[in-house]
Ligand binder design. Structure first.
Ligand code: CA
Length: 223
């Protein structure tokens, strides 16, 4: 029996990924790091530290120092805040309403360390999420695609993997959830091909949150 739904945040609840990708790409260019705009949809879900490190490994074949990681993530976060319009993802409120209506617990499991969005959740989706049931970029050591964030989410929910569902939009997020043993629904709200999410292990795939909301009852009945 399903007891909880673990939601990723960016690209699932907020239409924020284009702003993250733009902020990351422009910051990477400023620091002469080797990157393309699409990279950041593939890296999505990783912590800021891990993303900076991946770019340093690719460009300079070495790890970024702690100072480099902090400086660059700070610049990216500041740029993101100037671009982000804070718009919830279309259809997200409908999905949450249906999840709440059947009495399931709702949690956030995000690699993000952007206070601007984490703090806004209660305003965007009143009464749905509580801080004690969120796993953010600040809580984890490894981050996605490691199962750690989702295992922490299960622990915070007090449920087993078989009692939970994950909603994710990023390949590394799907990998993390599947590695934690959780039934994972992908919503492809970004520019990547559907096959990338299916190969990462998603059990179901929807083009957006609106179509997930429309099919939610069927999913619950089939589980
Ligand atoms: Ca995401």
């Amino acid at each position: 029996m399903i007891k909880a739904v673990l939601f990723d945040m960016d690209g699932v609840l907020y239409d924020s990924m284009p702003f993250h990708a733009r902020a990351w790409y422009e910051t990477a260019m400023r620091h002469q790091l080797d990157a393309t705009p699409e990279d950041f949809f593939l890296f999505e879900g990783r912590t800021g530290d891990s993303t900076v490190n991946a770019l340093f490994q690719r460009t300079f074949q070495r790890d970024a120092t702690q100072e480099e990681r902090e400086t660059i993530y700070k610049e990216k976060a500041a740029l993101f805040n100037t671009y982000n319009d804070g718009q919830p993802m279309e259809g997200a409120a409908e999905v949450l309403k249906q999840v709440k209506a059947i009495g399931l617990d709702t949690l956030i499991v995000t690699g993000s360390g952007q206070h601007s969005l984490i703090d806004k959740l209660n305003q965007s989706f009143p009464g749905v999420f509580v801080r004690e049931k969120m796993v953010t970029g600040y809580d984890v050591i490894y981050g996605k695609p490691h199962p750690e964030p989702y295992l922490m989410g299960l622990e915070k929910a007090g449920v087993k993997a078989s009692e939970a569902i994950v909603v994710e939009n990023a390949p590394m997020g799907v990998q993390a959830a599947v590695a934690a043993g959780i039934f994972t629904i992908a919503v492809n709200t970004g520019p990547l091909d559907d096959s990338v999410l299916l190969e990462a292990g998603a059990s179901l795939l929807y083009p957006d949150m609106k179509s997930l909301a429309a099919d939610w009852k069927n999913i619950m009945e089939s589980l």
